[in-house]
Ligand binder design. Structure first.
Ligand SMILES: Cc1cc2nc3c(=O)[nH]c(=O)nc-3n(C[C@H](O)[C@H](O)[C@H](O)COP(=O)(O)O)c2cc1C
Length: 328
């Protein structure tokens, strides 16, 4: 089995539809023979808000999940090695090696179609509850990727909202953070967050969306307000350890959970500001009774629907193999 040009283009297009921090799309791919390799795009790393590259790994993990799924749908199973070159962890994040051919399952086909329907929705959700069976299915999706999805009860959700509000205020007041964020808020580009995708100003605080730093960076241009849900349905995605490979796996788990949600009509947005700030993440870790490490706070619910944000073309994301040979 090999990654033909056609297969590679299809897999890379699916990978690129993944969510990424500020829509920075910090991934590159190259294919050679039976291997497709995923690389971190260092020129797209966020040095202020993501100095350890945690969010970059997670974004690339989400892209990796889509790539694995697209290959399966094309009839190809892959062995995946994550961070196969510990001496160059950033250069090669994962290698997918094509193994054998088989017919895709109906479940894979449906999940694959959801890749194009999944979008981050930062607008108010309804008060409708997510059915228990669906929550269980999302938890299972996180589990098969080596992570854990912890739905929060009202009390824990209130603690998280307060933490998120505090983190948001601090980030909104941090000039370095605001400067970097502002560079990724842009219209008419092939990356970044377009202004139409931003949250509206909440009528009540604390809100369940990341509004403070995003709206401050955008200059509060729209002036629109929204009645967000008072009791948002939040879940924390966690991993047993907290190393780069766990961040990558957390991204794969995040995307698996989001696609199952999308398939069932559930929308999502994120409160990553708590994870982004080391001090807040530690407060969060101490507040919850679980032994794992939080990687993402996900808000789930039923929204009015939204559309896709821009993406770089497959040609941009797919680089000639020789340009990515490891040095040394
Ligand atoms: C690691 C990571 C962190 C993110 N953090 C936030 C966040 O705190 N708030 C938010 O509204 N969106 C967040 N996002 C969503 C991205 O902004 C979004 O995926 C990107 O703009 C592309 O849009 P799309 O998801 O609609 O395709 C995050 C995504 C990733 C992968």
């Amino acid at each position: 089995m090999r990654f033909s040009d056609d297969l590679t283009a299809r897999v890379v297009e699916a990978a690129s539809a993944a969510p990424s921090i500020h829509n920075s799309q910090p991934w590159l791919f190259d294919a050679a023979g039976d291997e497709l390799r995923l690389h971190g795009a260092s020129d797209r790393a966020l040095s202020v808000c993501d100095p350890d590259a945690r969010a970059l790994y997670m974004s690339c993990g989400a892209a990796l999940f889509n790539a694995r799924l697209a290959a399966r749908v094309a009839g190809i199973d892959c062995d995946v090695s994550r961070l196969p070159h510990p001496e160059y962890p950033f250069d090669v994040l994962a290698v997918m090696r094509a193994r054998e051919s088989h017919a895709p399952s109906a479940g894979d086909l449906r999940l694959y179609e959801s890749i194009w329907k999944r979008h981050t929705d930062r607008r108010p959700f309804s008060t409708r509850h997510i059915p228990r069976l669906l929550v269980a299915a999302m938890r299972k999706s996180a589990e098969v990727e080596g992570a854990c999805l912890r739905p929060l009860g009202r009390r824990d959700a209130a603690i998280v909202l307060d933490l998120a509000a505090q983190a948001g205020r601090e980030l909104a007041a941090d000039r370095g953070h605001q400067n970097e964020l502002r560079r990724w808020l842009r219209n008419d580009a092939e990356d970044g967050i377009p202004t139409w995708a931003l949250p509206v100003a909440p009528q009540h605080n604390p809100s369940p969306v990341r509004d403070a730093d995003l709206l401050a960076a955008a200059g509060h241009i729209s002036g629109a307000h929204g009645a967000y849900e008072r009791h948002p349905q939040l879940a924390v995605l966690t991993t047993g350890r907290d190393e780069p490979e766990d961040w990558l796996r957390a991204g794969e788990a995040l995307q698996h959970v989001l696609l199952v949600a999308t398939l069932n009509g559930v929308s999502a947005s994120f409160l990553y500001q708590i994870i982004e700030r080391d001090d807040m993440r530690e407060v969060g870790e101490r507040s919850w009774p679980w032994p794992e490490h939080p990687q993402m706070i996900i808000r789930l619910g039923y929204g009015a629907g939204t559309i896709s944000t821009p993406r770089r073309s497959s040609a941009e994301v797919l680089k000639p193999t020789e340009r990515l040979q490891l040095s040394g």
